[in-house]
Each structure stands twice: as C-alpha cells, then as structure tokens.
Design a protein around this ligand. Structure first.
Ligand SMILES: Nc1ncnc2c1ncn2[C@@H]1O[C@H](COP(=O)(O)OP(=O)(O)OP(=O)(O)O)[C@@H](O)[C@H]1O
Ligand SMILES: [Mg+2]
Length: 308
C-alpha cells in the first residue's frame, strides 16, 4: 500500500478497531507489524475524555486566574484532533493536564477507562523545544526513551532502525543532531516519541519554529505516520491552515477563561490541498471565529484604543 492510499483510506472520521488494524498493515507495518498494531478493544470508549475540567492558577497578587473553565472534550482512539485558540487561552495547560504533569482544580480526566493521575508511557508530549541530547547520536536519541523503559538492547536496536526508517532518517543514525536541519531534528524527536510506542501523541506547536516548506513536508510525514500507526494525536497550533491540513476535528478555544467554544468536524478528503475551495472555506469559517477570540485577547492586553 502506498502512503497516499493509506491516507485516502481513512477519510471517515469514526473508525472501528478493524479499520485501525487494517490501516496499520501498510508498507512500514510490513517491516514490524507487531510494533504498530493498536488493539482498541472498546472503540466506543473514548481514548481521552475530559469532563468539567477546570484549572486555576494563583497569581502574584494573590488572586486566582482561571486558565481552563469547565472543559468537556472527548477524543476517539486513532483520531487526529487539533486545538486552536489565541495565545494564553490555556492550550498548553490543557495538554499538560492530559500528559499528567498537572492536576486540574476540579473535573475528571480519563484515558481509556482509567483516571489520569500522573504521566504514563501511554502518552508522550512533543513540543517546540525538542529536548534532543546533542552529545548523543540520532540513533542514541531515539533509543533513549526505550532504555528508560527497560527495553532489551536487541529490541531497542531493531526499533531504532524501524522508526528512523519511518521518518526517512535511516542514513543519519550515526550523525549528531547539530549536523541536521531543523526539520530533520523535528523528525528525530518524532521518531524518539514514536519509539516509546505511546497510544497518544500530545504535540504542542511542534512545527511553529520551522519554515513553511519544511512544515509542509512534515505535515505529509506526520499524516502518513499517523495513518500507518493508528496513534491518537492531539496537536496544538496557532495556525488554522495547519489544523485543517491535518485534523479530523478542530476544537477552538476561547480567550480567558479557556473553554471549548466550538468543535469543527473536518470531513474533507485526504490528502488535502490548501488551495481547494472546500478547504479554503473551512479555513475562513474557523479563522473568523478565532479572530473574535484574538480581538478579545488584544483588548485585554492592550486596551480598546488598539482597535479604534
Ligand atoms: N505556572 C503558571 N502560573 C500562573 N499562571 C500560569 C502558569 N502557566 C500558565 N499560566 C497562565 O495560564 C494561562 C494559559 O497559559 P497557557 O500557556 O496554557 O496558554 P497557551 O494557550 O498555551 O498560550 P500560547 O499560545 O501563547 O502558548 C495564561 O494566562 C498564563 O499566563
Ligand atoms: Mg502554549
């Protein structure tokens, strides 16, 4: 199966276990099918669900800032969800909660049917600052998380080969990260995250620092990897076009306090061309909605005169 076919095969936003398993029998899966097959025994149970999640921070003047207010959100297993919203609306806070790095002030968070109480190997957070180790080679960086998990050496080496191949960096296994471009480093970070085989990838503006051409290439790569591995992805971005390019669904957050204002199902065929009229129209709708929130944030930060 070519990558293109595997992407086109998953236009439908709601997928069963069989669909996810069938998707994972692509070219990459052929190398090591047991690595990539996910077994969603209860597809009706959301992979991630948040119910009434609220988080407030204590500010320096002793008041409380409500960063997230009563968030209800469900993410299906194998779904690609993008979250957009103005700066400061709580996107990173939300993804850190799902990663188990903070506790909500109130509300419930579940992964499968289990409460999220701490970080777990079933979720991994990828952010803009990649956290690659410059003193390790590309292969050793990818191996690092597996070493921490206690995976035996022979298996680690096999997976390093497999995941570097998946991100098209097999020939750079012995290079150091300073010898790579920004886009290549981002792919190493992706391979490292995938190699620990989490069910859920939590991505906080991972491509924000990259140039447009590199970002386009990484969109293609990420979509292909997602289609081949069946992972659930929650991807934060400021860029509505990026969200429409990638997502099954886009959740738009309001400016403080952060709530989910609206959810958009993106039922457009893949791979998507931004010039397509249907894609452009969807971008327009979400941008209009987002601009209202950005205006609110600018008014709060700079006052009314900015908009006079
Ligand atoms: N540790 C903290 N203590 C106090 N307030 C915080 C803390 N972390 C975040 N905040 C506040 O919570 C709100 C949400 O922050 P968050 O970083 O989640 O926003 P964001 O949507 O990710 O913004 P950006 O798009 O700029 O990355 C902001 O008002 C921020 O100032
Ligand atoms: Mg953020």
């Amino acid at each position: 199966m070519t990558p293109k076919t595997s992407i086109q095969a998953r236009v439908s936003p709601v997928r069963s276990l069989e669909t996810v398993t069938r998707r994972s029998t692509g070219a990459a899966a052929g190398l090591r099918p047991e690595v990539v097959r996910l077994h969603h025994s209860k597809p009706e149970v959301p992979k991630i669900s948040l119910h009434g999640v609220t988080l407030s921070y204590k500010t320096n003047d002793g008041k409380r800032l409500i960063a997230l207010d009563n968030i209800d959100l469900k993410v299906r297993a194998g779904e690609f969800l993008c979250i957009v919203g103005p700066s400061g609306c709580g996107k990173s806070t939300l993804i850190h909660l799902i990663a188990g790095l903070h506790f909500p002030t109130s509300g419930q968070m579940m992964i499968d049917s289990n409460p999220i109480t701490e970080p777990g190997t079933d979720r991994i957070l990828i952010f803009q600052e990649l956290g690659l180790f410059p003193w390790l080679t590309v292969g050793e960086n990818v191996e690092f998380g597996m070493k921490m998990k206690g995976i035996p050496k022979a298996e680690r080496q096999e997976k390093v080969r497999y995941y570097l191949q998946l991100v098209h960096l097999a020939q750079f296994k012995d290079s150091y990260t300073h010898q790579l471009s920004g886009g290549m480093r981002q792919r190493v970070a992706l391979a490292r995250a995938l190699a620990t085989e989490p069910d859920v990838l939590l991505m906080d503006e991972p491509f924000a620092a990259l140039d447009a051409q590199t970002r386009d290439l990484l969109h293609d790569e990420l979509e292909r990897i997602w289609a081949e591995t069946g992972r659930t992805i929650i991807f934060i971005t400021h860029n509505v076009r990026e969200a429409i390019r990638l997502a099954d669904r886009v959740a738009l957050m309001t400016f403080r306090p952060g709530k989910v204002k609206r959810e958009y199902a993106i039922d457009l065929p893949r791979p998507r061309q931004l010039e397509d009229i249907s894609v452009a129209r969807t971008v327009r709708d979400i941008l209009d909605d987002l601009r209202e929130e950005i205006d609110k944030s600018l008014k709060e930060q700079y006052g009314e005169e900015v908009h006079a």
